[in-house]
Write a protein that binds this ligand. Structure first.
Ligand code: FES
Length: 111
C-alpha cells in the first residue's frame, strides 16, 4: 500500500501526517478520509482549484492530467511545475509527499 506524507501546514495540519492510501484513490479522498480539511469548493468536479497541492516526491507515479485540470490549475495560487489538483490526481503504487500551499484561490487572509 502506498503512503502519503502530508508536509506540515501551519493551520490545516501543523504536525503533518503520514497516511496509508489505496492505489486508485485520489489524494483529496485520502485526506478527507483522514479528517484533513483540504478545501474542495467544487466538490471534486475539477472546476475551482481550491484543492491544489504540490507533489514534493512521487509526482510521476500519479495518474496523468487532463487539459481541463491544466486549465484550472492555472488559477491556483503558488503554481509550480509539480502542482496537481488533489481531487484529480490518482495515487499509483509509490509513496508520495504532498505540500498543501499556504493559500488557495478562496483565501482572504494570510494563515
Ligand atoms: S475540488 Fe475543485 S478542482 Fe478539486
Amino acid at each position: 500500500m502506498p503512503k502519503i506524507i502530508f508536509l506540515p501546514h501551519k493551520i490545516i495540519l501543523p504536525n503533518g501526517a503520514k497516511l496509508q492510501a489505496k492505489e486508485g484513490e485520489t489524494i483529496l479522498n485520502v485526506a478527507l478520509r483522514n479528517h484533513i480539511k483540504l478545501e474542495h469548493a467544487c466538490e471534486q468536479s475539477c472546476a475551482c482549484s481550491t484543492c491544489h497541492c504540490i507533489i514534493r516526491k512521487g509526482f510521476l507515479s500519479l495518474s496523468g492530467w487532463s487539459e481541463k485540470e491544466d486549465d484550472i490549475l492555472d488559477k491556483a495560487w503558488g503554481l509550480e511545475s509539480e502542482s496537481r489538483l488533489s481531487c484529480q490526481a490518482i495515487i499509483g503504487n509509490m509513496d508520495i509527499e504532498v505540500e498543501i500551499p499556504l493559500y488557495n484561490i478562496n483565501s482572504i487572509t494570510e494563515y
